[in-house]
Design a protein around this ligand. Structure first.
Ligand SMILES: [Zn+2]
Length: 403
């Protein structure tokens, strides 16, 4: 080989190495920041939610012959969808439902009458499955508490930091974590095993805003997907309680607070069109989480009414992404990433209005032991009041006799 030939070889080796390193870096970036690569020509066909993964529809096989046609249609039409846009993706005959997928359609055969569904990914326990002889109402129950948002130094980037004149700084993610830390021992004293999805003012995901073109993909999407992975693969609870504090659109604090509970449902036309979201909606529908969620949320609503006096919140009637669950004024269905992805009954709580004058009085009072007269009533600190309302609602539901 000539000297010139060697130079050319080295030249090509260097070029190849540059490409290899660039390819590696791009792949690394891609692994962290983007959904699995999809051929561009298939991207429209494989419409997925942000950072979503193409579903394996055969996982729905476990629901064959477990649900009746009437129950399937009733749940689909009253809980999970808001209009008949689902008909583009789901065909229902007398004996089966055909789900459109990115590949061959998936066929689900109906049962003549409803049977006990085989849970979601794991067999989460219903109230009726707890030991009747248990000493404490939550004995045998695994509960995940999900303190909403991140708080601390992340409160600003996740747009959950409120700073008004003459008021302490309000960070939702910091407050939900404090609430969770009061709630955990209350539930343990009632017999439950309790895990928090986070115990610090830090994200669960290893990713950060810099990994994404839009920071929302970090704090809203990747973070919730990381929590879903933790819940669905490790904790595998019987129930997830998502703790949040609500806020209004008002640019300045005004009086007035309210409360509502969000259950998974009300999938919008554009969401049903995503293969993964449609799959996740059907998985929830078929696993029967709603049968546990509605009575449990009703019990929690009663407890919140007793502890907080907060009136029910109502979305505007033409709100395209929510549906009232008519059994109780506090209950609404919405398709949120957390309520959709956590594969067991999920209760998403939205009490208080952080930017109301009433709430600011409570924040000014701080966290304290015992009772103080604030906002017209003798009250626990807002964090402890919230935690006690949840614990009482759960105790009441799980100690009531079941059907
Ligand atoms: Zn929130």
């Amino acid at each position: 080989m000539t000297k010139g030939g060697q130079t050319t070889s080295i030249h090509w080796i260097v070029i190849a190495l540059v490409f290899l390193i660039a390819g590696y870096l791009l792949t690394r970036e891609g692994e962290e920041a983007l959904p699995p690569p999809i051929q561009t020509s298939l991207r429209t066909e494989l419409a997925l939610a942000q950072l979503g993964i193409s579903p394996d529809w055969s996982h729905l096989d476990r629901f064959q012959n477990t649900i009746s046609r009437d129950t399937f249609l009733d749940r689909l039409e009253t809980i999970y969808t808001t209009n008949d846009s689902w008909k583009k993706w789901i065909e229902v005959s007398d004996t089966e439902a055909t789900f459109i997928t990115a590949e061959d359609p998936f066929i689900l055969r109906f049962a003549k009458s409803d049977k006990n569904p085989p849970g979601s990914i794991w067999n989460w326990k219903k109230r009726s499955e707890l030991l009747p002889s248990r000493n404490l109402p939550l004995e045998g129950l695994i509960i995940a508490i999900d303190p909403g948002h991140i708080g601390g130094e992340f409160a600003k980037i996740e747009k959950r930091k409120l700073n008004y004149l003459h008021s302490p700084v309000i960070e939702e993610g910091t407050m939900t974590l404090r609430t969770a830390k009061y709630l955990k021992p209350l539930l343990e004293n009632l017999g439950a095993s309790v895990t928090l999805t986070r115990t610090k003012e830090e994200p669960v995901t290893q990713l950060r805003a810099k990994n994404f073109p839009d920071p929302k993909l970090f704090y809203r999407t990747a973070e919730i997907r990381a929590r879903a992975e933790l819940i669905n693969q490790k904790i595998k609870p019987d129930l997830v309680i998502c703790l949040h504090y609500n806020a209004s659109d008002s640019p300045v604090p005004i009086p007035g607070q309210h409360f509502h509970i969000i259950l998974p449902g009300a999938f919008h036309k554009s969401e049903i069109a995503h293969h993964d979201e449609r799959f996740e909606m059907l998985q929830r529908l078929l696993s029967g989480t709603i049968e546990e969620e509605v009575p449990l949320a009703t019990s929690l609503a009663e407890a919140f009414k007793d502890h907080t006096d907060l009136p029910p919140y109502a979305y505007r009637p033409d709100h395209p992404y929510s549906t009232p669950l008519n059994s109780n004024a506090y209950l609404w269905a919405r398709n949120l990433l957390a309520t959709r992805l956590y594969q067991c009954p999920v209760i998403f709580l939205e009490p208080y209005v952080m930017n109301s004058t009433d709430f600011i009085e409570r924040i000014k009072a701080g966290d304290y032991e015992g009772i103080k007269f604030i906002d017209g009533k003798n009250r626990r600190s807002v964090y402890r009041e919230y935690a006690h309302a949840v614990a009482d609602g759960l105790a009441s539901y799980y100690s009531s006799p079941h059907d």
